[in-house]
Design a protein around this ligand. Structure first.
Ligand code: SAM
Length: 233
């Protein structure tokens, strides 16, 4: 089993797309920090949004001028994405746990936001991201921070790679992989990518007025880890 269950979001897709995707953790924390790793001007560039969900990032990339292809394993999420996005964005069903359905060196940018932890084999996944990137191309990924995973899951052995079942309020059960930090970073380096940014985001100050408690939690505990890498020229 490489992907948890590629279609798992079919069961929770409607709830995720309507209730969770626009919550402050996304709007005032994950999204601004992730967008800051992407150039403002993507005119003439080809971008892949891998694990696109409702397509929010795909639309941001298109708004910056990129020609965008977006993939997700869940038809339910893709249905929301297609409904919310301009026809110029191509959406396809594809499993990040399998070889990507693209030629070598297709993209200038690959973005994968909060999706890679549904895949067990990061060596194969990062090798695929590197393969579909052009030389000089950029990879941006976000995932759960290992510190928050350890705090929540309290694994008996930090060094194992194992699945964890979480229950998101008003959404449902979600299962993903947890692994030690070395098993996040080393597969990326082994794929021939070099790390350019390691970001442990801070919430926007404006979250204080919306949810001071959440602001203080996110300002003092790391929830997500953001990485940017490049394929050598
Ligand atoms: C937490 S959502 C993130 C969506 C979007 N990237 C965002 O940040 O708004 C995770 C997404 O990953 C997708 N996903 C889960 N497992 C996958 C797999 N094996 N291959 C492709 N997509 C997958 C889910 O269907 C879901 O849309």
């Amino acid at each position: 089993m490489n992907s948890i269950d590629p279609a798992a979001y079919d069961a929770i897709g409607d709830a995720y797309a309507t209730r969770l995707e626009a919550t402050p953790v996304h709007t005032h924390y994950a999204r601004p920090a992730t967008l800051a790793l992407i150039p403002d001007d993507l005119a003439g560039q080809r971008a892949l949004d891998a694990g696109c969900g409702d397509g929010w990032y795909a639309r941001q990339l298109a708004a910056r001028g990129a020609s965008v292809t977006a993939i997700d394993a869940s038809e339910a999420m893709l249905a929301h994405a297609r409904e919310r996005s301009p026809a110029s964005i191509e959406f396809h069903r594809a499993d990040l746990g399998s070889p990507l359905p693209f030629e070598d060196a297709t993209f200038d940018l690959v973005l994968s936001a909060l999706a890679i932890h549904y895949v067990r084999d990061y060596r194969a996944l990062f090798a695929e991201f590197a393969r579909v990137l052009r030389r000089g191309g950029r990879l941006v990924v976000s995932t759960h921070h290992v510190v928050s995973e350890v705090e929540v899951q309290k694994p008996a052995d930090y060094f194992t790679t194992e699945t964890f079942e979480d229950e998101w309020p008003a959404i449902g059960k979600v299962r993903y992989w947890r692994r030690p930090l070395s098993e996040v970073l080393q597969p990326m380096l082994d794929a021939g990518l070099y790390l350019t940014r390691v970001v442990e985001p801070q919430p926007l100050a404006s979250l204080q007025a919306i949810d001071a408690k959440l602001h203080d939690v996110l300002a003092t505990r790391p929830l997500f880890l953001l990485l940017a890498a490049e394929k050598p020229r």
